[in-house]
Ligand binder design. Structure first.
Ligand code: GLP
Length: 250
């Protein structure tokens, strides 16, 4: 795995943003998988800023988010469709028909997952998948313990996220919240992967995922096996691996 370490702040966002921009400039009809969250918000804003200043043709790009919340309104500001639409698609003029996302409400999420995968494959499969990482090593909603051969499925949220979503959406207690997510197998089939992490709270899991054993207990550790994966880390998220690398030098 290639590891790129940046300063904290804008340099991190700009570095990751340029991977997305370069992908589009290199292949106009790229299929790009995004991730939502605190980490990628700044990256998406940097992509939109560059586009605004130096416009280029993004009208043929297909985008999706690797996961989506279930049983909340699609318009919820924390919903993945709404976030990528507001952060990337509207600012860059990516047409609605080029956004592939499952619905948030359905009585058959198994079928929705199958359709989600099928629509991505119809566009040629994933050229670039950008991934955030959970503090427990999750990728999308693939929590620790998820088998590596899993394809798109309906998983659970981690507790802090579920609590936040319930608070913000005022979901009734009996509403079964979850996350429809590409499985580890789908993620690994991406031609290129960029893992992004910033901040000290990610330092321990980044060390485990990048330097520890490949194990389902740390879903992101599977990325060590991908032939074209780059981790973009700010110095805080890289602190744990930097310590090991320095110790190995002596
Ligand atoms: C969320 C999402 C992931 C995201 C991750 C990190 O639960 N399901 O796709 O990458 O957690 O989020 P953040 O960047 O806010 O730490």
């Amino acid at each position: 795995m290639k590891i790129t370490i940046t300063n904290i702040g804008q340099e991190f966002n700009t570095t990751a943003a340029w991977r997305i921009i370069a992908q589009i400039l290199g292949k106009k009809n790229s299929v790009i998988g995004l991730s939502t969250g605190r980490t990628t918000g700044g990256i998406h804003a940097a992509v939109a800023d560059v586009y605004k200043k130096f416009p280029f043709d993004a009208s043929q790009v297909t985008v999706f988010n690797l996961d989506e919340l279930t049983n909340v309104p699609r318009e919820y500001f924390g919903g993945c469709y709404t976030m990528i639409r507001n952060e990337i698609c509207i600012p860059m003029g990516i047409p609605e028909e080029n956004i592939i996302m499952p619905p948030t409400i359905s009585d058959n999420f198994e079928e929705e997952g199958r359709l989600f995968e099928e629509r991505i494959m119809q566009r040629g499969g994933i050229d670039l998948q950008v991934l955030g990482i959970g503090e427990n090593g999750h990728l999308g909603f693939n929590q620790p313990g998820t088998p590596f051969e899993r394809t798109t499925w309906l998983s659970v949220m981690d507790t802090p996220l579920e609590e936040r979503v319930r608070r913000e959406t005022q979901s009734p207690k009996d509403a079964n919240l979850g996350g429809l997510t590409l499985g580890i197998k789908n993620i690994m089939q991406s031609r290129k992967i960029v893992l992004v992490a910033n901040g000290a709270r990610k330092a321990d899991i980044i060390k485990a995922a990048l330097l520890g054993p490949v194990t389902v207990d740390v879903p992101a550790s599977v990325l060590q096996l991908h032939p074209d994966c780059e981790a973009i880390l700010d110095v805080e998220a890289a602190a744990g691996i930097l310590l090991v690398l320095q110790q190995n030098k002596h």
